[in-house]
Design a protein around this ligand. Structure first.
Ligand SMILES: [Fe+2]
Length: 235
């Protein structure tokens, strides 16, 4: 896969991201994803989440994310969203859901980061519709939180949609998008205004489902009101 070519039209794609809140990137199907998937899966063992393991890191380096994407996202963050933080404020995590996992579904939430990118690594086949962990997302489901207190209250408010029933209710009033990632095209969206979650990975699936989740730029300070509120809530 020619990486330079891959990123050729990123500027126009990023315009779409700003315009409508999400955009798909070119397919990774030419990349040897099966090989990568088994390396990452071995590294993860029984874990569902792993933060930037060595194989994950190697992929992001080869993918030249820090050359072609991150600086552009950082520019947008500063100019459009008034982000004040560093380019290094990123959170990369691999997510592996085994068939039949009954926890990893319908947990609708907003990210605290400005941008979220879902990179499909291994997507299973399912005999049933909506049974292979498809992403469900609602672009522009809320306004950009003005500060960390409204961010916190907003997050608590939307908790009631974090179930299949709640989500159906939310879908009545909002534009719902679904993405299977069968085409192996990564998806980039505005993380803190897009409500998102996944369908179940049913036990009838052909394999685990593995994605890399890239999060860029958390505007909330580490030791602020938001983290204090989180601390009180979680204790
Ligand atoms: Fe998320």
């Amino acid at each position: 896969m020619n990486i330079n070519e891959y990123w050729e039209d990123i500027d126009s794609r990023l315009e779409k991201l700003i315009d409508v809140g999400y955009v798909k990137l070119p397919s990774l199907s030419e990349y040897d994803l099966d090989f990568l998937a088994s390396d990452v899966s071995n590294e993860m063992g029984t874990l569902t989440f792993k933060e930037l393991g060595s194989n994950h890191k190697r992929f992001l380096d080869e993918f030249k994310l820090d050359k072609y994407l991150t600086p552009k996202l950082h520019k947008i963050a500063k100019e459009v969203f008034n982000y004040k933080g560093d380019l290094s404020n990123q959170y990369h995590i691999a997510r592996k859901v085994e068939p039949g996992n009954s926890k990893e579904m319908y947990r609708a939430h907003f990210d605290s980061h400005l941008f979220t990118m879902v990179i499909p690594v291994k997507i299973p086949e399912s005999v049933e519709d909506n049974g292979s962990g498809e992403l469900i997302y609602f672009p522009n489901a809320r306004k950009m939180p003005a500060n960390e207190i409204s961010n916190f209250i907003g997050k608590a408010f939307y908790k009631k949609y974090a179930s299949k029933e709640g989500l159906d209710k939310f879908s009545n009033a909002h534009e719902k998008k679904e993405e299977s990632f069968m085409d192996y095209q990564p998806l980039l969206f505005i993380g803190n205004t897009t409500l998102h979650t996944n369908h179940a990975v049913l036990s009838s699936c052909s394999s685990y489902r593995l994605t890399f989740l890239a999060h860029f730029f958390d505007p909330s300070p580490k030791y602020g009101v938001g983290s204090l509120l989180r601390l009180i809530r979680n204790r």
